[in-house]
Write a protein that binds this ligand. Sequence first.
Ligand SMILES: [Zn+2]
Ligand SMILES: [Zn+2]
Length: 96
Amino acid sequence: MWMHNINGSSDCSPNCRCGSWKNHWLNYSGARRWPTYCSVKGCTRAAEVGAHVQYRYNGNWYIVPMCYSHNNMRGQSVELCDSTLTAPASKSATCG
Ligand SMILES: [Zn+2]
Ligand SMILES: [Zn+2]
């Protein structure tokens, strides 16, 4: 699953009712708990934040758990683990 245009979670919308993108992911990804590791394939650092990424095939934005290092790789592309759960970043589809 290739994602591109990483956009750091510091661009958190003040209108999101979840409080943080980490909470937003927990509320809307369907996961029961925050994962241990960063969602990027091969990355063994701890998942710390909910990062914005754009899915290459439909252009939609999603939140995925990432380590600080990958969250800061703005504008770059990464391959996520196939098992990664995503939450739509669009507030109209979630907490809006
Ligand atoms: Zn939210
Ligand atoms: Zn990482």
